[in-house]
Design a protein around this ligand. Structure first.
Ligand code: HEC
Length: 453
């Protein structure tokens, strides 16, 4: 199958409007309600949706394991939860696909319970209602090992780097051997700092797979060269752990391959000696060849790596890609920095019909959540579909994350510069297979949100 590189379709800035992105955060009113207690209502929510991160030794600033913890932080919990800032899940719930493999958001009812509990003075309630404490595995373990029921087959570490207590942002780019001696198909990848504590300084990690092979067809890259012919292997940031590929897809590693790391760190006032990040690879069984090769693609909204965000202004930046073959998108992962507030993806079908696929509003630059579509709804697009990406930046004083509204902002690596792209794993399909996947979904009456007529 020969796939051409998707190209920018239109240069005109046809602003696609997305009114839903500007709906103000819902106000939770103080309504009459039944008594809500910690023991009966709140503890189960915190166990299910918060404690994984909010426990000693994990990534959050405070523990939420006990009643005392929750009560002490109740005002902040109310605020973060009702603004849908916690748990970190910033997808717009009013538009687009809503079924994800890794959804950790609260339901409206759960938010109501927490709000009522705080407003009622955070009562403990009847101790006999209290669920047993949840036990957790080491928060620094390989998380996908639980899901896959196996430890990683291969772990690759970056060379150690010592970060001084006070210094500007650092980008460390070592290259290491993978040690692979035969071709292997990868079914899942996970990345993390070796020490849990180093999450405080590691902003994000890119791992490029370097290996000797012809360029992969279908690898979309209009504005960026990924410096490695197999492209990006995996990207990590706080809020993201890794990815299991669809059952019919994977990535190929070849003998002699190397990983080229790009580790973005910022200093926090203490020395971090010999900091390392590590990558876990889970292989498909030897000899198994998945039907498709997944290609992690950076869909950039900044044409030629240019962004123009004037002081005290809000901007909208768009870019368009045309699929040269039928394709399935596996995930949605916006990447912006401090001024980024929202990003959307719309599909414009060959017949001109438009549909919002996914949108994130209330984007938080310190959370790089990867929204992984459930297999039954991962969007399938016919050849010729235009993917229209839109990024919103707010460089005014009204943006609480903005360190200085009087600066002109352009594209750059530092978090005070800006970016606007989306990391998406694209699986290109043969026409016949695309047709049969669409037919299967129709037959199962699966809730396909995005489908050509
Ligand atoms: C994926 C990990 C994760 C989950 C899940 C999570 N949190 Fe957090 N939380 C964090 C981190 C990291 C921070 C600090 C950075 C930030 O505020 O974004 C934080 C910050 C907070 C804060 C603000 C604390 C401060 O000092 O500013 C509150 C309140 C909070 N979380 C409550 C919750 C509640 C309640 C839940 C569950 C309903 C929850 N979080 C789920 C990781 C998480």
């Amino acid at each position: 199958m020969s796939l051409r590189t998707p190209t920018i379709a239109a240069v005109a800035l046809a602003v696609v409007t997305l009114p839903a992105l500007f709906v103000a955060p819902r106000h939770v009113a103080a309504t009459p309600h039944r008594a809500v207690t910690y023991a009966k209502d709140v503890a189960p929510i915190l166990q299910a949706k918060c404690q994984e991160c909010h426990q000693p030794g994990s990534i959050a600033p405070m523990s939420l394991l006990s009643y005392e913890d929750a009560k002490e932080n109740s005002a902040q919990i109310r605020q973060k939860v009702s603004a849908r800032l916690m748990p970190p899940w910033h997808i717009d719930k009013t538009v687009g696909i809503q079924a994800f493999k890794n959804d950790r958001s609260l339901t409206d009812a759960q938010i109501q319970s927490i709000v009522h509990w705080v407003d009622d003075g955070a009562p403990l309630g009847d101790l006999s209602d209290l669920p047993p404490a949840r036990t957790f595995a080491d928060p620094n373990r390989w998380q996908l090992a639980d899901k896959l029921g196996a430890q990683p087959d291969l772990v690759i570490r970056s060379t150690p780097y010592t970060l001084a207590p006070h210094t500007q942002d650092k980008w460390y780019r070592p290259t290491v051997e993978t040690g692979i001696t035969e071709p292997r198909w990868v079914r899942a990848i996970e990345v993390k700092p070796v020490r849990a504590n180093d999450r405080k300084i590691v902003h994000h990690v890119l791992a490029y797979l370097l290996q000797d092979e012809p360029e992969i067809t279908g690898l979309a890259s209009t504005a960026h060269d990924h410096q490695g012919n197999a492209g990006l292997f995996m990207e990590w940031a706080v809020g993201k752990t890794g990815q299991v590929f669809a059952e019919d897809a994977g990535k190929l590693m070849l003998p002699g391959s190397k990983i080229r790391w790009e580790i973005h760190m910022h200093a926090i006032g203490e020395e971090f000696k010999d900091s390392q990040v590590e990558l876990a690879v889970y292989f498909y069984p030897k000899g198994f060849v998945p039907k498709h090769r997944t290609v992690l693609t950076m869909f950039s909204m900044a044409r030629n790596s240019e962004l123009d965000i004037p002081p005290n202004e809000k901007t909208i930046t768009q870019n368009f890609y045309v699929l040269q073959a039928p394709a399935r998108l596996e995930n949605f992962q916006p990447h912006m920095h401090m001024r980024g507030t929202a990003m959307s993806l719309e599909a414009i079908y060959p017949d001109g019909r438009k549909e919002v696929v996914s949108a994130v509003r209330n984007f938080q630059w310190n959370w790089h959540v990867n929204y992984i579509y459930a297999d039954s709804v991962a969007p399938l697009f016919p050849k010729g579909t235009t993917l229209a990406f839109t990024a919103w930046h707010d460089n005014t004083a009204g943006n609480p994350n903005n360190p200085d509204p009087n600066q002109w902002i352009g594209w750059g690596d530092r978090t005070v510069d800006e970016m606007a792209h989306n990391w998406i794993d694209v699986t290109y399909l043969e026409q016949a297979e695309y047709d049969s996947l669409v037919a299967v979904r129709k037959a199962k009456a699966q809730p396909v949100r995005v489908q050509p007529r």
